[in-house]
Design a protein around this ligand. Structure first.
Ligand code: MG
Ligand code: MG
Length: 261
């Protein structure tokens, strides 16, 4: 599939989608405290997106699925990695970490970003997992330069995370974003020698490409599994995990973070 290079006008729309998405994140972050339910956080994001004239990108995704996603955000606690379904009876506790993933559609374009937050005080070891995962995201963003090969992003993220003693999740990848939430190219957080066997091909980065980078880092082993609710992904060994994501644009002058506040 050809990769659509966004025009400056389209990039401006995606930037606005990204700003709205960032506002949803900021409002949720303000609300995070022990005793709050993940359903309450979901309602906050839904309200911010609707008030800004956007639509939630995850709700009902993917179209035609027997199990379309039922909420605005993914709220994944502790050993839950991604796609946790918000629930009124899922209450944050002191010392938890929570990964919130949110997507906004605005004027036909999607913005997608995720962040892992500490609930109250967490141990230095947990704090370090969050710092390393966020840093892996920034390393990936820095590698997103026009003229470079997209596999360099994957390799840079993997190298850094593994040097820090953690593992990168294999099954879920960064991805092109535009009129659809998941477009080409796929940008994994690791790069196997036989990437083609996974259906991945690297591309030379060009100005106007837009994609989401989203390192998912496990404190333990890399394997994950999906729970019976068809969505929630957890680490197989029960270890803690973190997830940081921004939607970015490649430009002549370096990467731009479209989902920055
Ligand atoms: Mg996301
Ligand atoms: Mg994504």
């Amino acid at each position: 599939m050809a990769i659509h290079l966004k025009t400056p006008e389209e990039l401006e729309i995606m930037r606005e989608a990204g700003r709205i998405n960032a506002r949803a994140h900021a409002a949720m972050r303000e609300a995070i405290r022990p005793g709050v339910s993940t359903a309450e956080l979901d309602a906050i994001a839904a309200r911010v997106i609707a008030e800004a004239g956007g639509k939630p990108a995850f709700l009902g995704y993917p179209p035609g699925s027997p199990h379309p996603y039922p909420a605005t955000i993914n709220a994944s606690i502790n050993h839950e990695l991604v796609h946790g379904i918000p629930r009124p009876d899922r209450i944050l506790q002191e010392g938890d970490i929570i990964s919130l993933d949110c997507g906004t559609i605005y004027n036909g374009f999607v913005a997608d970003s995720a962040w892992t937050y500490a609930v109250g005080e967490v141990s230095p070891a947990v704090r370090r997992l969050l710092e390393v995962t966020e840093q892996a995201l920034w390393i990936g963003i820095k590698a997103s330069q026009a003229g470079r090969d997209s596999s360099e992003i994957s390799k840079a993220i993997q190298r850094y995370v593994e040097e820090q003693g953690y593992s990168v999740v294999r099954e879920y990848t960064g991805h092109g974003v535009g009129r659809h939430m998941h477009e080409e190219p796929q940008i994994p957080n690791w790069w196997p020698r036989r990437a083609a066997a996974y259906g991945w091909r690297s591309v030379i980065l060009k100005p106007g490409m837009t994609f989401a980078l989203e390192p998912m880092v496990n404190a333990g082993r890399p394997e994950t599994r999906v729970l019976d609710d068809h969505w929630t992904v957890v680490t197989r060994d029960g270890s803690l995990c973190a997830h940081f994501e921004h939607t970015i644009a490649v430009t002549e002058n370096g990467p731009i973070v479209l989902t920055a506040p």
